[in-house]
Design a protein around this ligand. Structure first.
Ligand SMILES: [Zn+2]
Length: 59
């Protein structure tokens, strides 16, 4: 059994493994946007686009 969500960028249906965790980051198989799991409920996940990761070393 898998959990399902919808990509917030391209609205593709995305299937994730059942043991996916909130805050887990992955890329959409369709549009390759970086997504983060916002919440999980009853085999439905809410996804949001991950904030851009800026390299900010040594500042
Ligand atoms: Zn997408």
């Amino acid at each position: 059994m898998s959990v399902e969500g919808t990509c917030p960028v391209c609205e593709a249906e995305v299937n994730l493994k059942e043991d996916v965790l909130v805050s887990e980051i992955f890329s959409c198989p369709d549009c390759h946007s970086i997504l983060v799991v916002d919440s999980i409920y009853d085999h439905q996940v809410s996804l949001k686009e991950a904030p851009a990761i800026e390299e900010d070393w040594g500042q």
